[in-house]
Design a protein around this ligand. Structure first.
Ligand code: FAD
Length: 305
């Protein structure tokens, strides 16, 4: 119930205006968001890579409804890649893109052209791109645009959300050589016809998808903080004789940093998803929905002087 309320709040302009005008909320945001500028993101990337972790950096924003907003998002990514290159951090870094931030609500063509510009800039500095998966109504269009992008940029990564009923089928199609696939539970609201709704069903689907990806020939990117799922992934890696560099774990900036460290110390590739930018509201609301206990953290920040 609370999760649904928080997911509804993630789409409420009124709740967004209140949150953005509350100084203490902005302070609380810093736990999950690197900062507002590309330089803030680069500093966080520098600190994480110095500790043996990899990064995927996301310029916050989604659902743009005007071409100039989509253009601003592309420019933000070009600036970010440029700054990463200048800092000597671009090679091996990844950027995460939301096609709705690049104009998908306006047209597939606009989003495809904008994403291709970011992919070309990333390739020039030896960084990779992963296309985030958004709400279920955008899944088909996102997958076909990623297919198109891959013709020119074969390393572009795609996301499968285990809560979707067709997740296994997607994994089977994607477990092929050269394919980078991020598996996550899924962070959006979706109707029961399309998505498993009980946490247990989502976890079981995640495990079935993991088996397909870990026995397949692609590069699985296991995006979860769930201890049991991480253990199952580690066991599947051993069973399938996967070397540490043939798959990776991914976690969000600010979530379970000790677990990130533990896995990296064991020799695993661990990539931290680092969001930055001033459009942090919907991202933060989804993080609170995943773990309502974080509300206590936000409330403490609100009440502290
Ligand atoms: P959960 O069952 O939610 O959490 C397991 C445990 O992890 C919790 O008990 C808690 O200890 C800890 N935890 C989880 N979340 C939090 C939190 N916010 N704060 C503090 N502790 C927490 N979703 C999409 O729909 N599309 C995407 O493209 C996408 N990309 C992602 C990329 C990365 C790198 C990651 C890590 C997640 C991504 N997600 C994406 C979000 C994902 O779908 C889940 O909503 C999110 O990861 C929480 O699920 P979980 O697997 O960690 O399991």
């Amino acid at each position: 119930m609370l999760r649904q309320l928080l997911l509804a709040a993630s789409r409420s302009e009124r709740a967004e205006a209140i949150a953005k005008n509350t100084g203490a909320v902005r302070t609380a945001v810093r736990r999950f968001v690197a900062g507002e500028t590309a330089d803030d993101a680069v500093e966080v990337a520098r600190a994480l890579t110095a500790r043996g972790l990899q990064v995927s950096i996301d310029h916050l924003g989604e659902d743009v409804v005007a071409e100039d907003q989509a253009e601003a998002a592309v420019r933000a990514y070009l600036t970010l890649l440029d700054r990463l290159y200048g800092a000597g951090l671009a090679a091996g870094a990844d950027v995460s893109l939301k096609l709705s931030a690049l104009g998908l609500r306006l047209s597939d063509r606009l989003a495809a052209e904008n994403a291709a510009r970011v992919c070309a800039a990333a390739a020039r500095v030896h960084a990779t791109v992963t296309v985030d998966m958004e709400e279920h109504t955008l899944v088909e269009r996102t997958l076909s645009l990623v297919d198109e992008l891959r013709k020119e940029h074969p390393t572009v990564g795609v996301v499968v959300q285990a809560y979707l009923r067709d997740a296994e089928e997607r994994c089977r199609a994607l477990a092929v050589p050269g394919s980078r696939v991020r598996l996550c539970k899924g962070a959006y609201e979706a109707p029961e016809a399309y998505a498993h709704t009980s946490p247990r069903e989502v976890d079981l689907s995640f495990v079935r998808c993991l088996k397909i990806l870990m026995t397949g020939q692609g590069y699985p990117m296991i995006a979860t903080h769930d201890r049991r799922l991480i253990e199952i992934a580690s066991a599947l890696a051993v069973l399938n004789e996967r070397e540490p560099g043939s798959f990776e774990y991914q976690m969000l900036y600010g979530v379970r940093p000790a677990e990130q460290r533990r896995l990296a110390d064991l020799g695993a590739v661990v990539r931290v998803y680092v969001p930055y930018g001033d459009d942090w509201y919907a991202y933060l609301a989804r993080r609170l929905a995943e773990r309502p206990a974080n509300l206590a953290f936000a409330a403490r920040a609100l009440l502290s002087p």
